[in-house]
Write a protein that binds this ligand. Structure first.
Ligand code: HPA
Length: 263
């Protein structure tokens, strides 16, 4: 099996990281993941998985999140950086801004959110839902490119594939959410369940429903295409900066410790 330590999961408009990279197809107990590219950034092995498939054919509610995360686990990935397009709920956030969320609220409805359906009953701690070490390096490196960077934000994850109603967005705002997207959960949780470090780097593609006249996927894609070269650089710099060994006291690496009911 290949040895890869860092993975990037790309989202809308971000379907490629390496040119001419070797591609692999991996089966898992949960199904087959989209083609995964294997490349290098300096000396570090990095794999890239496009969560919507290489030609953006899988909608958010149909993504096989378990197969995707498990395929990376099979590749010995220890850290995942997820990239997401998001709408701004907080009116201070604007299209083109970069956001490194520190927390999320899960409003999805139909997704399988765990690997642990059977005994031993497993309750993962998500008091720090995103890996603090990866977040730190994402924030530092996002700041190098002249974009506004939000180093704290609560992400609302919706089921999709439709966009939200203005009333839903107003509710999310009242609950303290800053941005909304359709793909952040359960990816982050599934990674934690396998003790893989995970953090997300998002870019604002639009103001959320009710804050601008109407929403179209093309608008999301246009902003995404515009910011992709910057997001690529953020990822490359972050991968370069991350130490080889992850922090030993990281909440992700020890997630299964004390997480199980003992019969
Ligand atoms: N809502 C949900 N998902 C999104 C949005 C949005 O406004 N923009 C980009 N992804």
């Amino acid at each position: 099996m290949e040895k890869a330590k860092i993975a990037v999961i790309g989202g809308t408009g971000f379907e490629k990281l390496f040119k001419n990279a070797k591609q692999i197809r991996l089966g898992t107990p949960y199904g087959v993941a989209p083609p995964i590219s294997v490349g290098k950034i300096d000396d570090k092995e990095v794999v890239f998985l496009p969560r919507h498939g290489p030609d953006h054919s899988i909608p958010p509610h149909k993504i096989n999140y378990r197969a995707n995360v498990y395929a990376l686990y099979e590749l010995n990935v220890q850290r995942i950086i997820g990239v997401n397009a998001v709408g701004a709920i907080n009116s201070n956030f604007k299209p083109g801004d970069i956001v490194v969320p520190h927390d999320f609220i899960d409003f999805t409805k139909l997704r399988i959110t765990t690997f642990y359906d059977e005994s031993p009953v497993t309750h993962i701690d998500v008091s720090q839902p995103y890996c603090p070490e990866i977040r730190k390096f994402l924030i530092e490196n996002s700041r190098k490119f002249g974009r506004r960077v939000w180093d704290k934000a609560v992400l609302a994850c919706t089921e999709g594939p439709r966009f939200e109603t203005p009333a839903e967005i107003e509710m999310f705002r009242l609950l303290g959410c800053d941005v909304v997207g359709m793909t952040g959960v359960p990816e982050a949780v599934l990674a934690r369940e396998l003790e893989i470090c995970y953090a997300a780097v998002c870019f604002v593609s639009n103001m959320a429903a009710g804050m601008q006249e109407r929403l179209t996927p093309n608008e999301v894609l246009t902003v995404s295409k515009e910011i992709t070269p910057i997001m690529e650089q953020v990822l490359i710099e972050t991968v370069r900066a991350l130490p080889i060994q992850r922090e030993s006291n990281c909440p992700c690496a020890n997630a299964l410790k004390n997480a199980r009911f003992k019969a």
